[in-house]
Design a protein around this ligand. Structure first.
Ligand code: PLP
Length: 382
């Protein structure tokens, strides 16, 4: 195969050509956006345009967008305890490690909410836990991702938000993987804070945002100058932010193509099952992101399959690329109660805006040949 097939969009997406052009253009903006002269004002205008574009992706007000160095920083900022109040933090067991770290919350005041075997947060447990919060007492802070990065399972954020609101708490949702793949609206979700990351939607790496609902404030993590409404100090990454804005516009427009992406993903799963009757698709029974498939072939180690596919010109990952390098099974699959035998065999295939039928055909032919050979090898070794 001459041309590589990139099927790892949940790890990161290729930079969209329009974004590249915008970033290169913005590198020539020489002014500091905080300066009052013409050069400064030009840089400021570029940032404010991007702020409106990012806000529009989630139906928020531009002034409620805080630009950060990425999804990790935005999650950490969300988890910076609200000043002057006592909080108890609740995190779903399948959150990204930057959320599971708990931010500024203490371990003793953090509770993990379990998920079902399909990888969806157990709202009954959340409801029970939050009933304990009485007006005037400790307030609950809940973080529930919009969709999981490994399985694609979409989480019931709006339902969780209603529970949190009844208990007088705040809800943060990490929408890094959901953005540009399913429609997102802060008001419809009922979320008080939403995390976004540019490099998952065709933008540059190293830029993200925490988007707030009206009236919600955060304690800054990085203090200094008055940038980002005194919520995140430091001279802005102008070119990165401009690229993020263009990517947000394109991602919003691309939502119309997500049915076609889901069809490709379904064809991939059907093909994999036809080639290998014992292939297991994780979270198959619940609504998922249209681009994501987490498949395990029992007895075929994910690392071996990923390397074999890479040699065949196809990029996928074993579990979460954010945690690649570690050999223990993913915390997400463990939380779902997936046995280590299956979890060690789970690979993640994630499609993107440029994925085509030829990618699926190429994947299936390489996957079929590899699985056949690896199963034969293990039979001979037994
Ligand atoms: N949240 C989720 C769900 C992710 O998948 C990732 C990265 O993979 C992040 C947060 C971190 O975002 P960033 O890479 O921009 O720090």
């Amino acid at each position: 195969m001459n041309q590589r097939s990139y099927l790892d969009h949940n790890a990161t997406t290729p930079l969209r050509p329009e974004v590249r052009e915008a970033v290169i253009g913005a590198l020539s903006l020489s002014g500091n956006p905080s300066s009052v002269h013409a050069e400064g004002r030009a840089a400021r205008a570029a940032i404010e345009k991007a702020r409106a574009q990012v806000a529009a992706l989630v139906g928020a007000k531009p002034e409620n967008v805080i630009f950060t160095s990425g999804g990790t920083e935005a999650n950490t900022l969300a988890l910076a305890a609200q000043p002057g109040e006592a909080w108890h933090c609740y995190l779903s067991a399948i959150e990204h490690p930057s959320v599971l770290s708990g931010g500024r919350f203490y371990r003793e005041t953090t509770t993990i909410i379990p998920v079902t075997p399909d990888g969806v947060v157990d709202l009954d447990v959340l409801r029970k836990k939050l009933k304990k919060h009485k007006p005037g007492g400790w307030r609950p802070f809940v973080s529930l991702m919009a969709a999981n990065n490994e399985t694609g399972a979409i989480q019931p954020v709006a339902e969780a938000a209603a529970i949190v609101q009844d208990a007088g708490g705040l809800l943060h949702s990490d929408a890094v993987q959901a953005a540009g793949r399913i429609p997102l609206d802060m008001t419809a979700l009922g979320a008080d804070m939403v995390t976004l990351s540019a490099h998952k939607i065709g933008g540059p790496k190293g830029v993200g945002a925490l988007v707030l609902a009206d009236g919600v404030s955060v304690e800054p993590l990085i203090k200094g100058g008055g940038q980002e409404g005194r919520r995140r100090a430091g001279t802005e990454n102008v070119a990165g932010i401009v690229g993020f804005g263009v990517a947000a516009d394109l991602a919003a427009a691309d939502l119309a193509n997500m049915d076609a992406v889901a069809k490709l993903r379904d064809a991939l799963e059907e093909g994999a099952r036809a080639l290998c009757a014992d292939a297991v698709v994780l979270s198959a029974g619940v609504p998922r992101l249209p681009n994501t498939s987490c498949i395990a072939v029992p007895g075929v180690k994910a690392e071996t399959l990923v390397i074999g596919l890479d040699l065949a010109g196809i990029a996928v990952s074993a579990g979460s690329a954010c945690s690649s390098g570690k050999v223990e099974p993913s915390h997400v699959l463990a939380a779902m109660g997936i046995t280590p035998e299956i979890a060690h065999c789970a690979i993640r295939v994630s499609l993107g805006f440029a994925s085509e039928n030829t990618d699926i055909q190429g994947y299936l032919s390489a996957f079929g040949a590899l699985v056949k050979r690896l199963k034969q090898n293990s039979k001979e070794a037994a």
